[in-house]
Design a protein around this ligand. Structure first.
Ligand SMILES: C[S@@+](CC[C@H](N)C(=O)[O-])C[C@H]1O[C@@H](n2cnc3c(N)ncnc32)[C@H](O)[C@@H]1O
Length: 209
């Protein structure tokens, strides 16, 4: 299994993903508001794992440039058609990962519901660190499967075997914080934005040291 098989999984899931409603709209709004606190009209922003572009279309209007990327060409194709209906200056979409995206010098890098899907978490975090300007911020929200009901952990390999789940890294919140710190970041904020249920999905803002 490889990044190419991840892209195929998400390609196949993309239309269904695009139809799904946000599970916790108030929690999502809180994440958007907290993220905006770190963005300015001068910000150059990179989003990783942007999916069908919903967050990019909301946040890009408030910054100078916003490159929204995803490993799945089908996700990017849906995002581009949404963008064609509602053009936002400075917003571009591209099929890319942290490892393949060109350029550096971002003021903020965003990754929502994404970090648990990467195959080499320390390597990806180091790459994100390299892509940021000094003092730039990495803002993420990540499902921590290691803190969830053990039945979910047991179900994931079974679901993967039948093609119903992607590659998922089983992380606990503490391990995620340590990995971000060890990649050269200072964690400024780690909080829960859930307003429904208690799924462990910390919102973390980390500044490049
Ligand atoms: C759960 S969806 C989240 C989408 C969006 N960020 C959101 O919060 O709705 C995960 C997205 O990450 C993408 N993805 C998975 N692994 C990736 C990787 N290694 N690099 C970039 N994107 C990846 C998938 O294609 C998918 O669009």
């Amino acid at each position: 299994m490889s990044i190419a098989s991840d892209a195929r999984f998400w390609d196949k899931t993309s239309r269904k993903y695009a139809r799904n409603a946000v599970a916790d709209p108030a929690g999502y709004e809180r994440t958007l508001d907290c993220t905006r606190e770190y963005l300015t009209p001068q910000s150059s922003v990179l989003e990783l794992g942007c999916g069908t572009g919903s967050t990019a279309l909301v946040l890009a209007g408030g910054v100078k440039s916003y490159l929204a990327t995803d490993v799945s060409p089908e996700m990017i194709s849906i995002a581009e058609s949404k963008h064609a209906d509602k053009l936002v200056p400075g917003l571009t979409f591209e099929t890319a990962t942290a490892e393949t995206v060109a350029g550096t010098g971002y003021d903020a890098i965003l990754g929502f519901n994404y970090l648990h899907l990467v195959r080499d978490l320390p390597g990806t975090l180091r790459r994100i660190h390299d892509l940021l300007n000094d003092g730039g911020v990495f803002i993420s929200k990540t499902p921590c499967v290691g803190d969830m009901n053990p039945l979910i952990r047991l179900a994931i390999p079974v679901m993967r075997a039948i093609g119903k789940a992607p590659h998922v890294c089983v992380l606990q919140g503490g391990e995620l914080g340590t990995a971000i710190d060890e990649a050269g970041f200072e964690i400024l904020t780690s909080e829960s934005h859930n307003t429904k249920g208690n799924e462990p999905r910390p919102f973390i803002v980390a500044r490049k040291r």
